[in-house]
Ligand binder design. Structure first.
Ligand SMILES: [Zn+2]
Length: 374
């Protein structure tokens, strides 16, 4: 549906002459929008609106870009302005439709939204065990589960769209949607499913596979530990972040993006939870006080974490999340989208250099100093 609205807007844009005084900003905005860089698009459309405050079309596009970058309140204000200025034009009509879609998304009303209320029985699904599969859609996702697991997934489903929007705002981009979440119970984990057997048995609770598929285990089959619904919500937010990053197709000079992917995902995973369950800079500082680093660099730390045979004796979650918090505290709250934007012009390493004026080894040293790590 999002795609169709976008195509309509493209046609609309081609059909109408752009206002004279803001054409360059407007076109830069649509280009960024097309590339999925919604934060950049919003900045260009904001400029276009400043140049031509009466241009309803620029307000409409600004609203769309703000919505895609996870800023629903600002989006609502821009769309309302487009509606007011648009009179009875097509622009106003699109603004009205976009506003209605946004209002259906309000968290308080989420349960009443038709898209998130009902499971549809599918039966057997090729490559998956069992013949009692159900699917349920949310705005950005599609959840697949077996009959008996449906009730357990309620909290996770209620938070799924918010997890998407939190990631969109954090990353300044969108992901390929709809995203399919396949949920597997403890006695029938992901790696036993014929379709996903090739991925091998690991300790994962969640695994992003490509740009639009995510596997979720409802328990850790090695320890027979069932995971709590809030943990599932956190895992989904983490894996969603990997899908956002994957959609950007970044390259790395050293051929290693994993440490960065994990630093981002661990930093964002708990933002979908109640504040009392979230890490703060202070809790991280306390956790890392007196910590002695044994890794030459961030890549080495993640390589050890991902080694299935090793005991997991370190608090990788805090260590990795602390990298992102350090970047935000030292280089500004928008450090992540700036790095990502710059990295898309070249490699991840060049992106760090261009956005922050530092190379990664220097940042590693600064990170240790920041937390007092030895
Ligand atoms: Zn991960």
């Amino acid at each position: 549906m999002a795609r169709r609205a976008f195509l309509l807007l493209m046609l609309l844009w081609l059909a109408l002459p752009a206002a004279a005084g803001n054409e360059a900003s407007f076109q830069a905005g649509t280009r960024a929008f097309e590339q999925g860089d919604y934060l950049a698009a919003a900045r260009h459309f904001q400029q276009a609106v400043r140049q031509e405050p009466g241009d309803a079309l620029s307000h409409l596009w600004l609203g769309m870009a703000l919505q895609r970058s996870g800023q629903p309140d600002q989006a609502r204000a821009s769309l309302t302005e487009a509606l007011r200025l648009g009179g009875d034009s097509q622009v106003a009509e699109h603004a009205r439709a976009a506003l209605q879609a946004l209002n259906r998304l309000r968290p308080a009303r989420q349960e009443a939204s038709p898209g998130t209320t009902s499971w549809r029985r599918v039966g057997a699904v090729q490559g998956l065990l069992g013949d009692d599969w159900y699917v349920r859609s949310t705005r950005h996702g599609r959840v697949w589960a077996r009959q008996a697991d449906r009730a357990y997934l309620r909290e996770f489903i209620d938070n799924l769209d918010r997890a998407y929007e939190i990631n969109a705002q954090f990353m300044g981009t969108g992901a390929v949607t709809p995203i399919n979440f396949y949920c597997f119970s403890l006695d029938s984990p992901a790696h036993r499913q014929p379709r996903f057997a090739g991925l091998g048995p690991t300790r994962y609770l969640g695994l992003a596979v490509g740009r639009d598929t995510c596997l979720l285990n409802l328990g850790d089959w090695r320890t027979s530990r069932h995971i709590e619904p809030w943990e599932m919500t956190r895992v989904a937010c983490h894996e969603l972040n990997h899908m956002f990053l994957h959609a950007l197709n970044l390259r790395s000079t050293s051929g290693n993006l994993t440490w960065f992917a994990e630093a981002l995902a661990h930093a964002i995973e708990d933002r979908v939870l109640p504040a009392s369950r979230q890490r703060t800079l202070e809790t991280m500082r306390v956790a890392l006080r007196g910590y002695t680093s044994v890794d030459e660099d961030w890549r080495a730390m993640v390589a050890e974490r991902d080694h299935d045979e090793y005991e997991q004796y370190r608090t990788y979650g805090v260590l990795l999340a602390s990298i992102t918090s350090f970047l935000q505290a030292s280089y500004g709250p928008d450090a992540v989208p700036r790095i990502l934007r710059a990295a898309r012009q070249g490699t991840l390493e060049q992106g760090f250099q261009a956005a922050l004026g530092r190379d990664i080894p220097t940042l590693h040293r600064e990170w240790k100093a920041f937390y007092g790590i030895l």
